[in-house]
Ligand binder design. Structure first.
Ligand code: MGP
Length: 233
C-alpha cells in the first residue's frame, strides 16, 4: 500500500497496525470500519484467556466478528467459533485474516445480522462474545459514554437477544462507559438473584483502551486486578 494514498483520518491506526495484528505484514486485510473498531491482538488474547480459564468453552459465538481480531484469538482456545458479521466485505477480511493465523478451519463464518441469526435459533454455544459498533471513534468526544443511548444497535436489545443463547456473556465496551447502566441492566434482567458482573479494564502501553464485561460463569475473577461491581442494594 502506498502511504500517500492511505486515508488521513485512519493514519493513527496505520501506525498501530502491528499492535492490531502482530502478523499484519503477512497480508492482513482491513476495510475502513475495521481500522478503528478491531480489537488489538493483545487485548483479544487476554479476553480469550479469561474465557478459557473461567468457562473452558467448546463453542463460542462472536456476535459481531468484524475483521476477526477477537474471532482469531477465540479460535485459539475453543473447539469451534461461530463468527457473525453483517458486512460481506468485513466478513471476507475476517475469513482471510483467520487463514493467516491458521485457525480458519475452526471457524464457521455466517454473513448476517446478529439479531436475525440468533432469532433463527440455529446457533448454540457455551459462551457468546460481543464487540458491537459504538457509533465510530466519536465515542471519545463524550466524557461519559451513555450505554443506554448506544447506536446503531441498542445495547439492551443486544443483551436480551444474547441471554436467549447463554448466560455466559462477554461484552467489549468503551473505557468511558457509564457503569451504572450496566448495573441496572443486569439487575433488571435477573430480579431473582444478585447477578455478579465482572468488569475488566484492558490496558496497553500504560493506557486503558477499553473494558470487557463478563456475565455468568465468565464473571469469576481470574486475577486480583479485576474490579467487581457489587449488586444494587
Ligand atoms: P480508540 O478510539 O482507538 O482509542 O479505541 P485510543 O486508541 O485509546 O485513542 P486515543 O486517541 O485516545 O489514543 C480503542 C479501542 O477501542 C480500539 O482499538 C478498538 O479496539 C476499540 N473500538 C473503538 N471503536 C470506535 C470501536 C467500536 O465502534 N466498536 C468496537 N467494538 N470497538 C471499538
Amino acid at each position: 500500500m502506498q502511504s500517500g494514498k492511505f486515508p488521513q483520518h485512519l493514519i493513527k491506526y496505520w501506525y498501530q497496525r502491528k499492535f492490531l495484528f502482530s502478523r499484519f505484514n503477512e497480508g492482513i486485510w482491513m476495510n475502513e470500519e475495521s481500522w478503528f473498531s478491531v480489537t488489538p491482538e493483545a487485548l483479544a488474547k487476554s479476553i480469550a484467556e479469561h474465557i478459557s480459564r473461567t468457562a473452558a468453552p467448546s463453542t463460542i459465538i462472536d456476535g459481531f466478528c468484524g475483521a476477526g481480531g477477537n474471532t482469531i484469538q477465540l479460535a485459539m482456545i475453543a473447539n469451534r467459533v461461530i463468527a457473525i458479521e453483517k458486512n460481506p466485505v468485513t466478513l471476507r477480511c475476517a475469513r482471510h485474516n483467520a487463514q493467516i493465523y491458521g485457525v480458519a478451519d475452526k471457524i464457521t463464518f455466517i454473513e448476517g445480522d446478529f439479531f436475525e441469526v440468533l432469532a433463527r435459533g440455529e446457533v448454540q454455544a457455551d459462551v457468546l462474545f460481543m464487540s458491537p459498533p459504538w457509533g465510530g471513534p466519536e465515542y471519545l468526544e463524550q466524557e461519559v459514554f451513555e450505554l443506554d443511548q448506544m447506536k446503531p444497535y441498542d445495547l439492551w436489545e443486544i443483551m436480551k437477544a444474547a441471554r436467549q443463547v447463554t448466560p455466559n456473556l462477554a461484552m467489549f465496551l468503551p473505557r468511558n462507559s457509564n457503569l451504572d447502566h450496566l448495573r441496572q441492566e443486569s439487575d433488571e434482567a435477573d430480579e431473582a438473584d444478585d447477578q455478579t458482573v465482572l468488569i475488566t479494564y484492558l490496558h496497553a502501553n500504560n493506557k486503558c483502551k477499553a473494558i470487557c464485561v463478563y456475565y455468568g460463569d465468565l464473571a469469576e475473577p481470574a486475577s486480583d486486578y479485576y474490579d467487581l461491581i457489587p449488586p444494587l442494594s
